[in-house]
Design a protein around this ligand. Structure first.
Ligand SMILES: O=C(O)CCC(=O)C(=O)O
Ligand SMILES: [Fe+2]
Length: 240
């Protein structure tokens, strides 16, 4: 990793949304990457997630603690569909947190380790202050792997029953992380470059803000990490 002439500064991107550059040092990044490689293996390993309407997400995902995925498939058309006018079947919001990889190999979700809950707690305390750290333990990890072509559309993390801040850790290639507002998927938003080792925490008035990843910059990972592509680990409190 190049040494910066001027270190990147921490920034409050929106109320309750803080970017802390280089929060994980090289050794902790390597350790977290090693854990992600173990979690990505079957059973209940890395999978392709379906989108409502019959497509697939370009980032592939593995979950810990609770599995987030498609639980309702339209009986008429077989797709994870919310509102398909061509389909005579009833439609539901197709996603939920469950304990098995229902839309993968059907195996039980891997456990959420205590050390990861501690890491999430420390991340919130560092980014937002010790009073912002929730009393309930962090118990969900969604780990997304992006190759150079992968993206993530604007969305809100709204399936949790807790308002505890979301903790996001990045490894590997840099990306453009678009952080918006709770009301619309469009402007106003701020584009932030997230690099390997960066922390981003969003809670309080920004807990339900729209966000997404419009672009990954291939080949920008620190060479000593040994990862082609980008991993993002989001840690959440389920409230379930
Ligand atoms: O990859 C990222 O930085 C964002 C991931 C995300 O928004 C999510 O998993 O819900
Ligand atoms: Fe998200």
């Amino acid at each position: 990793m190049d040494v910066e002439l001027f270190p990147r500064e921490r920034a409050e991107v929106a109320p309750g949304a803080v970017h802390v550059p280089q929060w994980l040092d090289a050794e902790r990044q390597r350790a977290l990457l090693g854990a992600c490689r173990r979690w990505a293996r079957p059973p209940a390993g890395l999978r392709t997630v379906r989108t409502p309407g019959g497509g697939t997400m370009t980032a592939r995902q593995v979950c810990l603690g609770w599995h987030w995925g498609v639980v309702h498939t339209c009986p008429a058309c077989g797709r994870a569909v919310r509102d398909n006018p061509d389909c005579p079947g009833p439609h539901w919001y197709p996603y939920a947190y469950v304990r098995t990889a229902l839309d993968g190999d059907g195996a039980p979700v891997k456990p959420f380790p205590a050390w990861l809950a501690e890491l999430a707690h420390d991340a919130v305390a560092d980014a937002l202050g010790p009073r912002a750290a929730p009393a309930e333990p962090y118990d969900i990890a969604l780990i997304n792997f992006y190759d150079g072509e992968a993206r993530m559309g604007m969305h809100r993390d709204s399936d949790e029953k807790s308002d505890a801040p979301v903790v996001s850790l990045s490894l590997g290639d840099s990306c453009v992380f678009r952080f918006g507002n709770p009301r619309t998927r469009t402007k106003p938003y701020t584009d932030v470059e997230l690099r390997s080792g960066d922390l981003f925490v969003f809670g309080g008035p920004s807990r339900l803000a729209h966000h997404g990843v419009p672009r990954v910059h291939p080949g920008t990972a620190p060479p000593e990490l040994g990862l082609n592509g980008r991993l993002n680990i989001t840690l959440r409190v389920s409230g379930l």
